[in-house]
Design a protein around this ligand. Sequence first.
Ligand code: ATP
Ligand code: MG
Length: 341
Amino acid sequence: MQPETESRKTVLSLIQPTGTPTLGNYLGALKNWAAVSNDYDCIYGVADLHSITVPTFRENPAQLRKNTLDLYALLIALGIDPEKNILFVQSQVPTHAQLAWILNCYTQYGEASRMTQFKDKSARYGANVSVGLFDYPVLMAADILIYGADYVPIGADQKQHLELARNICDRFNGIYGPVLKMPEPLIGKAGAKICSLQDPLKKMSKSDDNPKAYVSMLDEPNVIMKKIKSAVTDSEAEVCCREGKDGVNNLMAIYSCCTGKTNEEIEAEFRGKGYGDFKTAVGEAVCATLEPIQQRYRELITDKAYLEGCMARGAEAATRLSQRTLSKVMKKVGFYPPARG
Ligand code: ATP
Ligand code: MG
């Protein structure tokens, strides 16, 4: 995609600090974050407000803080320059929650009830389902609309939420005039949905209870090899992309994203060979992709003062920028301007 010449477009995306990002997060979203970061005005964030929608950190809030710092460092390590882009932590930017409240009042209960992520996650957390989890997509709409983002690089699992953000945008503008910018998703083809290594019908997720289901971006090479080798496939021993071969299709997508090879090239490479050779090649390609990122991460994470300085500057820039939309919205709905004290 080429950048527009008249004015640079804005790209926005967030990721939750619910755990170390997986290969799915990287191939589906983060790789794209880094790829577009020189051509657009990019605003990226660690979505810690989203991470308290599930009970994971209630017993251990310090873990959430640690995950936030680790994730912030990893985002820099994978190629996002905090001097050239805005890289912030969501809870340090108060405008997101402010706009989310307002947008709640322009979101219909019925449309929010149709979100499949809520259905999946609420089934998992049983009696511990918060209103925050239900409201997650409205906060996500606020994250996007508050910066007037043109493009949102996401994996396919977030498509429905982006669609909701677009509906909220349309509704708000229908009442008050063109206040909010309509965002477009930016979804890659091959990595859009990387599936679980243990259940290839489910997406790979960093909060999966079974660590064998995902490759974490910081897994050691021997762990990566082991996880890929124990990935669920089928009994055919034929490396090809076909309906019903979900495990093999998933490994082919991973291999293709890491090497740039097409499905046809991969099928030719492994014709007559078994899954053992194929899995070794996939494991090695994943290790080679992640190794330079891991190395840079290990250097960065020792410099907490530098990371916290970047966070503070990111939060300040994000607050300043997002205040513009919030002020316009507040005026439109009939509020007094923010009190200056
Ligand atoms: P959680 O289980 O806590 O929701 P997650 O792995 O779904 O974690 P998120 O922080 O919710 O990660 O999502 C970050 C980004 O990664 C989003 O853009 C999302 O669309 C993308 N993403 C998540 N899982 C995958 C996947 N399996 N394949 C491709 N992209 C993915
Ligand atoms: Mg998710």
